[in-house]
Design a protein around this ligand. Structure first.
Ligand SMILES: NC(=O)c1ccc[n+]([C@@H]2O[C@H](COP(=O)([O-])OP(=O)(O)OC[C@H]3O[C@@H](n4cnc5c(N)ncnc54)[C@H](OP(=O)(O)O)[C@@H]3O)[C@@H](O)[C@H]2O)c1
Length: 295
């Protein structure tokens, strides 16, 4: 099996490669941002057609949700999150490769206030979410053998090393601020199920091997507010919790609108009897244990 991973070096891309590395009969071709710009459509086409992979994973994305609201970034946001995956889907389907693209919980508006199923209506609130939804639609249009994985609140080991990248995940930002004695205002009325990319990558690789095709939700099991999640981080790190100050979404008033409830129900995995994702707390414990080996 030949596998291409775009977005290697990112949180999920790194963990997809780690999950596949140990498997027999797999050959991985992994591309970091500096190796290949997914917006160079000709280069992406050339790479896919010359390798002729069985599976293409796209883990690259423009993830700066607030920055995406600024008009000067629109072109790059839509190219990266919608037209680049569309190009990959088109080229992959020419050689009958499976194309795996990653989408987001933010395609929903959060008004349901209950976990979203794969069949629920979408209603993106931000430019980022709109670009990811357009990516979904174009991938569906151009490929018959696609998997669109929706997840959210991602944290993974590559998001902990600021020396290698500019982006730090939420868990790392809490650790960094609180350990430096800085107070943080965290929303207590926005709910998610923050997801560890190693657990997510494990499940994505499993469904690909099982031959699943279509849209699927994969999130850690459970529901938590970002405030309670940051308190859990402090407890596990034995930090003083009083540095975390609860605020409401309206008080924080972020640049890009976010759904107040974006928990995804792993309905398809439930039906298949394959929802063995860790719960929120267990996944966080595993991540903190893993990062302690590096930091
Ligand atoms: N992070 C979340 O909370 C979250 C939530 C829901 C869905 N998702 C989706 O899950 C997927 C994986 O997210 P993640 O957390 O692993 O993201 P990540 O850590 O930010 O990784 C994304 C990678 O894409 C690279 N990239 C950006 N623009 C590129 C381009 N034009 N060409 C090539 N590479 C490019 C980035 O490189 P640089 O670092 O050099 O820019 C980075 O290595 C994405 O599709 C994302 O939209 C993420």
């Amino acid at each position: 099996m030949k596998v291409i991973v775009f977005g290697y070096g990112g949180q999920l891309g790194t963990d997809i490669v780690r999950c596949i590395e140990g498997k027999a009969n797999y050959k991985i071709f992994a591309f970091r941002h500096q190796d290949l710009d997914i917006n160079d459509f000709e280069k992406v086409k050339e790479v896919i057609l010359s390798i002729k992979p069985d599976i293409v994973f796209n883990c690259s994305a423009w993830n700066k949700v607030d920055d995406a609201e600024f008009p000067e970034n629109s072109n790059l946001v839509f190219r990266t999150n919608a037209f680049a995956p569309s190009n990959m889907a088109r080229v992959s389907s020419r050689i009958k490769s499976i194309f795996v693209n990653i989408s987001t919980d933010y395609v929903f508006d959060g008004r349901k206030m209950m976990p979203y199923e794969e069949t629920d209506d979408v209603n993106p609130l931000s430019v980022y979410a709109l670009s990811k939804l357009l990516g979904e639609l174009l991938v569906k249009k151009h490929s018959e053998r696609y998997i669109i994985v929706r997840s959210g609140g991602l944290y993974g080991i590559s998001g902990s090393f600021v020396s290698q990248r500019t982006y730090r995940n939420f868990v790392e930002r809490v650790i960094e601020n609180v350990s430096a004695g800085k107070k943080m205002k965290i929303v207590n009325d926005v709910f998610s199920a923050p997801t560890y990319t190693f657990d997510l990558a494990r499940k994505i690789c499993e469904i690909v091997e099982d031959g699943f095709l279509g849209i699927i939700h994969i999130m850690q099991n459970g529901v938590i507010s970002w405030f309670d999640f940051s308190i859990q981080i402090c407890k596990m790190m034995r930090f003083d919790e009083s540095y975390i100050e609860p605020v409401t979404y309206d008080q924080l008033n972020p640049i890009a609108k976010r759904p107040k409830f974006s928990v995804l129900k792993n309905s398809i995995l439930d039906k298949l009897g394959k929802n063995d994702l860790m719960d929120i707390q267990e996944a966080l414990e595993k991540y903190l244990k893993e990062r302690s080996r590096y930091i």
